[in-house]
Design a protein around this ligand. Sequence first.
Ligand code: SAM
Length: 239
Amino acid sequence: MEFYEIMKKSAENEGLMFDEIKYNQFIKYKNLLKEWNEKINLTAITEDEEIIKKHFIDSIKIFRFSPLSKMNNIIDVGTGAGFPGLPIKIVNPDIKVTLLDSLNKRVNFLNTVISELGINNIDAIHGRAEEFSRKEEHRGQFDGAVSRAVANLTVLSELCIPYVKNNGYFIALKGPAVEEEIKQAKKAIGILGGKLEEILPVEVEGTDLRHNLVIIKKVKDTPKIYPRNAGNITKKPLI
Ligand code: SAM
């Protein structure tokens, strides 16, 4: 029960209920992460305490944006080993979560965690963000798109905003210095149908980490030509 109290406090600070069932799911997830990380590259963070704080608690902090709790479905773009999408699902099982990553080995890991934890209403999908959102059944279909550590905000906006319904939100988990990145991304956000709503600073309990949630509201449909192919998204950013 070493980390139980700190996780409970972190979750409760964001208005979430936390109990031993959820805690045990996190511990199982941590153990699988460590086990699989010896065979495939999932994370550079390998100590228990760091996994709990820098992956789990950091992911939970996204609930500082309180409308997230009321969302029916979200997509986590470039989820890697499941961050922040899997912790979101564990602490709030009512949200339907889609985890998307372009590396199949990581998706295999996620499917193992999902089955070992016995959680429902969650999909792990192998695909590229800029291709998956071109399909009618995914475009404009999510209350929220979330993403951590995948690309700069300009590129990430093109990868994420197309998934979001009008009046839904794209929430980017970013580091402490976001001002310049936001300034650069303003034009792209507008072109893609988004509007910067707010920047929420969050502290990661038990660490000196200070992060920011960049909250972008979808205010109109993303024009059909977006997202472009991967080469153009990175070589010709919308700045
Ligand atoms: N979000 C996780 C986290 O915070 O720990 C993983 C971050 S990792 C640095 C970036 C992940 O994004 C990788 O797993 C990579 O495969 C995935 N990725 C990068 N570009 C992508 C794309 N265009 N579509 C889907 N996944 C992508």
